[in-house]
Design a protein around this ligand. Structure first.
Ligand SMILES: [Fe+2]
Length: 176
């Protein structure tokens, strides 16, 4: 397993989700580059950043799925939770001195692409429909108020935010 390379079949066509998935890939590739580094502090940081970003992305995705009324939102969340538990336990082994960077890189690489191709692709239609409806409603209300067009997610984020207990996820995801 080397660098992850994005392929077109991984795109969901949901802009924000694709952006976050690509950023996850960038984190995993950074981990790949540093996996054999003697600098454990740098490695510790990239592992923590990758885990945090993954959790934040999951929070966003879960919120969006619930918001869209996706029928398998619950099971999808469960899959995320199990995966996070796996990542956290590898991270703990790293912090207690084990040499697990290579293993973590493999687990992340294999899981992410398979999850996107299989589980994530199943929600695409429902979420797209939801976003189309929300955006249509948003455009109509903007036009009625004569205001500027708002960004795609601005009206949804406060509602997603209410569903998410994790702190700091929003800044982490939307800082460029
Ligand atoms: Fe997912």
């Amino acid at each position: 397993m080397t660098h992850l390379v994005w392929t077109a079949d991984l795109d969901t066509g949901i802009g924000e989700i694709d952006r976050q998935h690509r950023r996850l890939v960038a984190y995993i590739n950074t981990l790949y580059e540093l996996r054999a580094s003697p600098d454990r502090q740098a490695l510790s940081r990239v592992i923590a950043d990758t885990a945090e970003y993954t959790e934040s992305h999951f929070a966003f995705e879960e919120g969006l799925l619930e918001q869209a009324g996706y029928e398998f939102a619950g099971p999808h969340k469960k899959v995320h939770e199990l995966f996070i538990r796996r990542i956290v336990s590898i991270q703990q082994r790293f912090e207690s001195g084990e040499d697990v960077a290579e293993e973590l890189h493999q687990v992340l690489s294999r899981w992410l692409f398979s999850h996107i191709r299989n589980e994530d692709h199943v929600y695409v239609e429902t979420v797209k429909k939801y976003l189309q409806n929300t955006r249509a409603a948003q455009r109509a209300s903007n036009a009625a108020r004569g205001g500027d067009a708002r960004t795609d997610y601005e009206s949804i984020i406060p509602e997603i935010e209410q569903r998410i207990s994790k702190k700091g996820w929003l800044a982490r995801l939307f800082s460029r």
